[in-house]
Design a protein around this ligand. Structure first.
Ligand code: NAD
Length: 372
């Protein structure tokens, strides 16, 4: 492969033409300016449900940087964690709930949004209870482990007249927004093929991620979903068919309940095709698109960053941001402004992905091409 000559930011933008100019992170995912006008002083109160690794290491620190929301409450089954978080983040006891007492959150005016950060199989129950408590909801990916659960979650939020966002942090991330634009606006011509893969070597084999009943599957549910998203947001299309293959298990004792490695291929209406890998046995994190007149890629493409990108014309230069802070601020700004959330971060989008994940499993299990 020919290595591109690195270009300066100015040369790169000039080369791509005026339409390529992307200003640093001051627009939201729909290209609307992010301003604090109107609701300058108001921050929505978020309660995190489940204080595991993602809440502790990513969301709580990000909530110290957000402009439109703040960490107002917690829901946990572990009293020691409650004490630790109350002290560390100055959370009043009145805003601390156990899973059993969670529904009382309905009476708490400090909490506007409930963020469900539990194992995948628990998302549905807690999103539905959050909606019934009259709160807006953010739910981590994958939205649920069945399409039916996704629909029940959407219905519950609709019935309560509350909005449901999925934890699609990359939709607010500047490098990702740039490859969405490069692909969807055909800056390098029609996208022809895509390689979109996300995998890592998993540690503790006893964790819930290794139990199908809790995770819904293996690496596909956990990180393969990013590869599915990547192919979809680069083309801006929905796949029309899928084929898939499980790799033979190299560590069968470890992978008794879930797949170890899985490959799949989507075909899109434009004729574009994508090829993806996900695995819990070794790592890859890359989104590459080959087009009629060039190519572009992100590598790394899906982690917490900094993401890195280049094209056949030179490096992609974008500001490095905190993904979780951008995501929560983006969602909460829209909620504060009384706007309907953009469709591509809502429950409908979450359900589309879960449907595709299930189709990938079906294709791998049957060896057949599944029409979508
Ligand atoms: P984790 O195992 O670190 O935390 C899970 C939390 O759920 C723990 O606090 C645990 O005590 C609690 N819990 C309650 N009931 C449980 C039960 N029956 N079994 C196991 N745990 C139980 O997991 P995590 O990495 O924080 O992931 C939580 C969710 O966040 C998952 O849906 C995951 O896919 C998602 N996630 C998203 C991102 C992202 O980048 N968007 C990153 C990591 C995790």
């Amino acid at each position: 492969m020919k290595t591109p000559t690195p270009l300066s930011r100015r040369t790169f933008l000039n080369t791509l033409g005026a339409s390529a100019i992307t200003l640093p992170a001051l627009t939201d995912v729909l290209g609307r300016p992010i301003t604090t006008a109107g609701n300058q002083d108001r921050k929505l109160g978020i309660a995190l449900v489940g204080l595991g690794s993602y809440s502790k290491n990513q969301l709580a620190p990000a909530l110290q940087q957000t402009k439109h929301c703040r960490l107002a409450g917690i829901v946990t089954g572990t009293p020691a964690k409650a004490e630790e978080w109350m002290q560390k983040y100055n959370i009043p006891k009145a805003n601390v709930y156990e899973y059993k007492t969670f529904d009382r959150i309905a009476d708490n005016k400090d909490i506007d949004v409930i963020y469900v950060v539990l194992p995948n199989s628990m998302h549905a129950e807690f999103v539905i209870r959050a909606a019934q408590a009259g709160k807006h909801v953010i739910c981590e990916k994958p939205m649920a482990i069945t399409e039916k659960d996704c629909q029940s979650m959407i219905d519950a939020c609709k019935k309560a007249n509350k909005q449901l966002a999925i934890g699609y942090r990359l939709h607010y991330e500047p490098f990702t927004k740039e490859v969405m634009r490069l692909g969807q606006e055909k800056v390098f011509g029609q996208v022809k093929f895509i390689e979109s893969s996300d995998a890592f070597r998993i540690g503790d084999p006893t964790q819930w991620r290794m139990k199908k009943s809790m995770a819904g599957g293996g690496p596909l549910m956990d990180v393969g979903i990013y590869a599915v998203q990547g192919a979809r947001y680069v083309t801006g299309e929905e796949p029309v068919s899928v084929t898939a293959q499980f790799s033979p298990k190299t560590e069968p004792q470890k992978f008794k309940d879930v797949e170890e490695t899985l490959f799949w291929q989507f075909r899109f209406p434009s004729g574009a095709v994508s090829n993806s890998t996900t695995s819990y046995t070794a790592g890859v994190e890359r989104l590459y698109a080959s087009c009629e007149k060039g190519w572009f890629e992100l590598s790394p493409a899906f982690g917490y960053g900094p993401l890195k990108g280049r094209t056949s014309k030179g490096p992609i230069e974008q500001p490095v941001v905190n993904h979780q802070a951008m995501h929560m601020d983006g969602v909460c700004k829209d909620l504060l402004d009384g706007k309907t959330l953009p469709g591509h971060i809502t429950g409908e989008e979450g359900k589309r992905d879960v449907r595709l994940l299930q189709a990938i499993y079906r294709a791998a299990e049957t060896g057949k091409t599944i029409s979508l």
